[in-house]
Design a protein around this ligand. Structure first.
Ligand code: BGC
Length: 743
């Protein structure tokens, strides 16, 4: 449809019809018992039957047949036969579930994010979906926050690279949403949601403008620049004003500075929540503030639907604001080609063929293996590394995650556990049914840390049952030369509303580790987690640790591929693993302070703790391989550079071992003196290099002025002359250094 026709349509719509385009309802309003809907949620929200009939979009529904019918019924009743939008959280896969976003970040390879999004888009599109609420690009530093599993980590550059790649995966490189198997992508949660104080979900966010601009806003901008069709607001306040009614944030930064002209949707009920923040008087006031801030769609509240028309009629809201928002919604429908083809790609036949197809499973298996991070790998008495597993060495496989198919994430809402490959299934395929196995314990025991406090879902077994499982595990462990222990967090321990004050493994599993360690200390831990954990005890009691995150549908296969050496691990931590929770938030790119402490110093008046180190247990960017790769000093081709020039930093990497390895040289830069204090190091580039045994390779990074520029509190790009340090390493802590001067 031409823009002219869209405007004509808009001009022909009644005020309430327009307002209802801005209402998003859950599918329950259409598929649920209509009497229950009317007397329950509809009454609570203050919306009428007419609002439901005319609401512009639905969330939470999929399936080609179902959505086609919903669309037919809707369009028949909608006064102008405008098609409806179907939206859903397709976060790390539709049915073929890829590793969770935190794991994808660990691949340090945005191509993985793009591939996962491309396949997710295909599977989502054939089920009739038009929009996904993904990617979540919130920068995260606090391991207590359950939603770190949905983020690609603590670094603005890494997050921005992934934001761009994932948007491209969902929408295609041409951003032509009429293209087959492409869906619209929604950048969320704007803005700063990952900065929730003390890691408690939905909590206040307080930070300086330079920090907000420099660390937090970059990834949203990258996603918007890549063409994301939507942006979602966040639940938190920004400078005291809830984001979803924050005019400065939405009008000045998002619309003006970032030039975003797509659809801005509120997070679930977030416009109404401005009342509970104590900022809006009531729903009418919340609606006024929301539309004035430029929020187009009101997700799952009646604030807009029940109040906007009256606000316009009473002269309190300019109808132009409503028109502006409705036009953006109509434009999105048009960009998706829905006026010509309201079903888009919904197709029952393709649904059967494409979903969980072999090529999709193969891609998920490959992707998962590339996200695993080897944190530790000691050498056994025979002079061999514990990993990969040596053929012929008697190995016991123990732990609650051997048989578990609960290996997706709390946000894989469209995935089915039944289609997940467990470790047990993959072991059977590799070793037959003859491998040594014990369950060891349940994933979560009745081990609440604070007596009487029950915030979590538990699957307690009685003390007798737990003891029996421990004894079985000890017997199996005694019988073997080494034990692979599959431990980790329960699916419910990360995701939305899953913040934690203790970030060790569940106590029932820590105890399993201790019990096994007493009878056999040759322990390899395979760790399923959606957040950085306090791994002090795990690290002390094990010889190897392989972090496999929430690996998704093909998790079991990928894990056995890496354990057996069919593939080598090559992931890098996208978030620092803290020494203990007392360090949190801990991140590699903090400012230097006026009293920096050398590691290990006992000097009193330094920026340090008395009882723990400043350094995390495992730093950002860290991860081992199955081989030894050496790195030379950093060579710069010049010692001085001008703003329009460039400098090339070169390191030579060499595989000294006897197996192939994939390493990730990382480039960091430090602005030594500037008008505001600068981070000790900032990631500015990385490469993935695959090296055959004996192979050497020159890795070159081109340093240009954009890598030396910072954003100040007002959003200005600032480039200041002086000395810059250049670091290259295989992680953020161990680096080789050189320096140059910007003239
Ligand atoms: C979450 C969003 C999500 C939305 C819709 C909210 O609770 O914060 O990330 O997209 O629900 O499901």
């Amino acid at each position: 449809m031409t823009q002219e026709k869209l405007l004509e349509l808009l001009g022909d719509m009644s005020l309430q019809e327009k307002v209802d385009q801005l209402l998003q309802l859950h599918e329950f309003f259409y598929t649920g018992n209509q009497e229950e809907v009317a007397t329950g949620p509809a009454r609570e929200m203050g919306i009428t039957e007419e609002d439901i009939t005319q609401a512009g979009s639905i969330l939470g529904s999929y399936g080609a047949k179902k959505l086609k019918k919903l669309q037919d019924d809707y369009m028949a009743k909608q006064p102008h036969h405008i098609p409806m939008l179907f939206m859903m959280d397709v976060i790390h896969g539709m049915k073929t579930i890829f590793p969770a976003p935190i794991a994808q970040g660990a691949a340090f390879d945005p191509k993985i994010g793009k591939m996962a999004a491309d396949i997710a888009a295909r599977e989502a599109a054939v089920t009739g979906l038009h929009v996904t609420f993904s990617p979540m690009v919130d920068l995260v530093r606090d391991a207590r926050w359950g939603r770190v599993v949905e983020s690609t980590g603590e670094d603005p550059y890494l997050n921005a690279e992934y934001a761009k790649a994932i948007v491209e995966g969902f929408q295609g490189e041409n951003n032509d949403l009429t293209e087959k198997f492409k869906i619209a992508s929604c950048i969320k949660h704007f803005a700063g949601y990952g900065g929730a104080e003390a890691g408690r979900d939905y909590n206040t966010v307080e930070m300086s403008r330079p920090a907000f601009r420099e660390y937090y806003l970059k990834s949203y901008k990258a996603g918007i620049d890549a063409g994301a069709a939507l942006v979602m607001t966040s639940f938190n306040t920004v400078e005291g004003v809830p984001a979803s009614v924050n005019k400065w944030l939405m009008r000045d930064i998002l619309r003006k500075d970032f030039g975003f002209d797509g659809v801005l949707i509120s997070d679930y009920a977030a416009i109404e929540e401005s009342i509970y923040h104590g900022v809006s008087e009531d729903k009418r006031d919340a609606a006024k503030k929301g539309i004035e801030a430029g929020v187009d769609i009101d997700m799952m509240t009646g604030c807009y639907a029940a109040n906007l028309a009256k606000l316009v009629e009473d002269g309190e809201v300019d109808e132009k604001l409503v028109d502006e928002a409705v036009l953006r919604v109509l434009e999105l429908k048009n960009k998706l080609g829905l006026f010509e083809n309201p079903y888009k790609d919904a197709d029952e036949k393709l649904e059967k063929e494409m979903i969980l197809s072999m090529p999709h499973r193969i891609a998920a298996r490959e992707a998962a293996a590339r996200t695993f991070v080897l944190l530790k790998n000691e050498t056994d008495d025979g002079g061999f590394k514990y990993l990969p597993l040596k053929e012929g060495k008697k190995t016991a496989f123990v732990g609650p995650f051997v048989e578990s198919q609960s290996i997706m994430s709390a946000w894989a809402v469209t995935g089915d556990e039944d289609s997940c490959v467990s470790v047990a299934q993959a072991l059977r395929e590799t070793f037959g049914s003859k491998y040594l196995y014990a369950k060891g314990c349940e994933i979560l025991g009745d081990d609440v840390k604070i007596p009487g406090f029950r915030g979590m879902v538990h699957y307690p077994s009685t003390p007798e049952e737990t003891e029996k499982l421990y004894v079985e595990a000890e017997n199996v462990a005694k019988d073997a030369e080494q034990v692979v222990l599959f431990l980790g967090e329960d699916t419910t321990e990360t995701g939305e509303a899953a913040s934690k004050g203790f970030i060790e493994l569940p106590e029932v599993q820590q105890e399993l580790l201790r019990r096994v360690h007493k009878v056999n200390d040759n322990i390899i831990v395979v760790l399923f987690t959606g957040r950085p954990l306090d791994l002090r005890e795990v690290s002390e009691l094990s010889k190897s640790i392989l972090v496999v995150w929430r690996p998704g549908t093909e998790g079991g296969h990928a894990i056995v591929d890496v354990l057996t050496g069919k593939r080598g691990p090559c992931g890098k931590l996208p978030m620092s693993f803290p020494y203990c929770v007392g360090q949190v938030p801990v991140h590699y790119d903090s400012l230097v302070t006026g009293r920096p402490a050398e590691p290990g110093t006992t000097e009193k008046f330094k920026s340090r703790y008395l009882d723990i180190p400043n350094e995390p247990l495992y730093p950002f960017g860290f991860g081992l391989t199955y081989t030894t790769i050496a790195m030379s000093d950093v060579k710069l081709d010049k010692s001085e550079m001008t703003a329009d020039g460039k400098i090339t930093a070169t390191v030579t990497v060499k595989n000294l071992g006897d197996v192939v390895g994939v390493e990730t040289p990382q480039l960091y830069i430090h602005d030594v003196k500037a008008s505001i204090a600068r981070p000790a190091k900032q990631l500015k580039g990385f490469e993935k290099v695959e090296l055959m045994p004996g192979n050497a390779f020159d890795v070159k990074f081109e340093i240009t002025k954009d890598m030396l520029t910072f954003v100040d509190g007002e959003g200005n790009e600032v480039l200041e002359k002086g000395e810059f340090e250049v670091f290259v390493g295989f992680d953020s802590a161990t680096t080789n250094k050189a320096s140059f001067v910007l003239k």
